[in-house]
Design a protein around this ligand. Structure first.
Ligand SMILES: N/C(=N\S(N)(=O)=O)N1CCCC1
Ligand SMILES: [Zn+2]
Length: 265
């Protein structure tokens, strides 16, 4: 029977290590990026992000976030700090109860309103995502910070399916031509990168994070739509309203001597 975990109370991040021992490891994520301590690495090749848009995918509310699963073998990531080729598995986000919090990583202590994670697995070294997710160098997560600002038209292609996934385990099939590359910032040459972990249980220490410096803008109304997702269909708070899915970000973790590399000076 899977162990329940969440973002508050007894099942919150402070207790994850009791059932998921890796959550107490030495290379956990997220972290604060202290830009005065990052090290420029001139050896990185250009990032190669090749996504096709004819990929059938489905959007699900897994009770912790919305997750757009992708099953196209044409969506690949390589280059930059990566030695191997990685295939896009899914993308999801983390957000907060208002626009002042929500990202998992922070930059010089600044937290953004949300954070986009595009999760890829190493197809050169492993035979399946389930295998790669537990192994060093198994996972690469492209990450973009999100702040409140002007509306983002690309995000409306995802948000338009939210009515089908309001409740947990709600799933919506997305067959339209949607290329998640439109969710990334224009500048894809300036990023930070470091070795960390899944930011949710089981917190496997298998992740290479690649975090773009440029922040993406979405409107406050679009951010409010993220918050409209419900964690649970049945349980209602004593006020009788549905419990909404907010503050689904893990607190920052100790750096433990790791160095965050920068692709730019
Ligand atoms: N925690 C995760 N990704 S993340 N938040 O570290 O990018 N995942 C759990 C299963 C697949 C991806
Ligand atoms: Zn994530």
């Amino acid at each position: 029977k899977p162990v329940a975990w969440g973002y508050e109370g007894d099942i919150g991040p402070c207790n994850w290590h009791k059932y998921f021992p890796k959550a107490g490891g030495k290379r956990q994520s997220p972290i604060d990026i202290d830009t005065s301590a990052t090290q420029y690495d001139g050896s990185f090749k250009p990032l190669r992000i090749h996504y096709d848009s004819h990929m059938c995918s489905s959007l699900t509310n897994n009770g912790h976030t919305f997750c757009m699963s992708v099953n196209s073998d044409q969506c690949n990531l390589s280059g930059g700090p990566l030695e191997d080729k990685y295939r896009l598995l899914q993308f999801h986000c983390h957000w907060g109860s208002d626009d002042t919090k929500g990202s998992e990583h922070t930059v010089d202590g600044h937290q953004y309103a949300a954070e986009l994670h595009l999760v890829h697995w190493n197809t050169d070294k492993f035979k399946s995502a389930d295998e790669a997710i537990e192994k060093n160098q198994g996972i690469a997560v492209l990450t973009a910070f999100i702040k409140a600002g002007k509306e983002h038209r690309g995000w409306n292609h995802v948000l338009s399916h939210f009515k089908d996934i309001k409740k947990v385990q709600g799933t919506s099939t997305v067959n339209e031509d949607f290329n998640p590359k439109c969710l990334l910032p224009e500048n894809q040459t300036d990023y930070w990168t470091y070795e960390g972990s899944l930011t949710t249980p089981p917190c496997h220490e298998s992740v290479r994070f690649i975090i773009f410096k440029e922040v993406v803008e979405v409107s406050s109304e679009q951010l409010a739509q993220f918050r409209s997702l419900c964690v649970c269909s049945s349980r209602k708070r004593d006020t009788g309203e549905d419990e909404h899915l907010v503050d689904n970000f893990r607190p920052i973790q100790p750096l433990n001597g790791r160095v965050v590399k920068a692709s730019f000076q």
